[in-house]
Design a protein. Sequence first.
Lengths: 346, 272
Amino acid sequence: MKKIISLILCLVLVCAISGCGEERSVLKVYNAGEYIDTSLLSAFEKENGCKVVYETFDSNESMYTKVMSGEQYDIIIPSDYMIERLLKEGYLQEIDKAKLTNYDGINPALLSQPFDEENKYTVPYFWGTVGILYDKTVVAEEDLKDGWELLKNPKYKDDIYMYDSERDSFMIALKALGYSLNTADKAELDAAYAWLVEQRDMVNPIYVGDEVIDSMVSGNKSIAIVYSGDAAYIMSENEDLGYFEPDDGTNAWIDAMVITKDCQDTELAHKFIDFMIAPENAMKNSEAVGYTSSVMSVFDELKETVYSGNSAYNPRQNGENDEFFRYQDTETKKYCAELWTKVKAQ
Amino acid sequence: MRYFKKLVRPYIAWSAVVIIIPLIMMLLYAFTNSGNSLLNIQFTFENFKRFAEPVYLNVFLKSLKLGLLTVAICLVLGYTLAYIIAQFKESTQNVLILLVTVPMWINMLLRTYAWISILSDNGLLNALLSKLGLEPVSMMYTDFAVMIGQVCDFLPFMIIPIHTSLSKMDKSFIEASYDLGANPVQTFFKVVFKLSIPGVLNGVIMVFLLSISTFVIPKLLGGGQYVLMGNLIESQFVSVGDWNFGSAISIILAVIILFAIRWMKKVDAADN
């Protein structure tokens, strides 16, 4: 008797759990942290009667680790070089542009890039550069002429934030030395390593992650390496700051939306992408996070209105020495990672 | 009791799933070299050999030093506080111990961020200093900042076990010590402290365990250049993607902790 009762109870419980709420389709979105106006997510949910599960990552590498360990997402918004890697490993689905009503609004300069030459798999989301954010009241204008070497100026000892990411730091050193940021030549990488070690010993920089945003808003140090979009946001909060990209060249980047091969409800995924590039939504999004919109009309308007005079919202395009990051083979990656650990730990 | 034995079985199954299988995976990764796929396994000691490089040994020594220093500071502060608390009447003691645990109800990250806004160059402490007409001091990203963060986070783990053994202590031992002519200092070291050693050891083990494997606090308060064992493991898994080397470091750390605990248990046994 007892067994029968408990069986019935179990069945009731199972029914209750599975039956609760009507069937709603779910879209899993994986994006970098602080990289969206979250009110757009609820607006999308309302418009389509679906549920958006939104998760964030703190770097492309950690996103890759999570995805490779079996976590499934429908839409991911990684950077160019990571898209190249995901594409190489067959993880992405083609995007049917016939389903995107707002696709024509995308800034044409962002299309047909090396990571997706035929625009089959990606729809650009935000774009920008990496540059130096500096306090105009502390850093002398003529010191900016030194380009990346500014980061080695003993005048600014203990006053510099570097970005705690090996790829970005090696990019700076390689560009300062006049090499390509995609080099796999060990001699060049060793030279970059020596540059970083010398910088560490000369000015004692602090290697930080996203905390740099809050720290620069409150003006803790006067020089920091940041992405242009973060710089635009920080500069709108702290008027003493300026942003510049050294002439030696820097990393130009594009982050784009992709649909993974795990995605079942591709209809909904397309709707989401289309929703994000609709001019009114893209406007809200770009205004909230400070990154430069991939939608041409939004970019044109914001750089004249909300972000007028904010040089970081209008990052350098087609800079002579600027480059995209490209896919890095495992050996080079490991080599850089080891050198980077040495820079930090020794 | 015979019937209750069966109740253990779900627990055994559970611990197999959540403890033993992950451990085996870790061992497998540590002794192989085939990246993240486990399809073509090749056994190797390479990952362990790599750890012997001076960079990584330095990281290890730094972690060890920081761990021991945290333990020492926590021990002095924690013992004093536990001893003071144990002097009150029991109902007050319960309230005080509750107060000790209050910070632990708040997320650790949040507490660490709070320290950032207190210690940073334009933070609360420096604002206070400049109000008093003193020169600002750079406190963030130093040993001092990391130490303060660690001690604040781990102190309750030292206080609670010590307090437990102090409050359980039979007060008549202390009276006997006085009757036999010992002065307060002698009584403290020969009776009270000796009887509280089990609590002290538990506290030391807990704090040592936590402080040698932490990575969030040094990362936030010490900056990226503050690389400890925990940070090294984290970066191997998250940014470098070298799970094999990461597993090997984890295992080395686990073995060190295991030996430390064994050694302290031995001290405990020898004392009794």
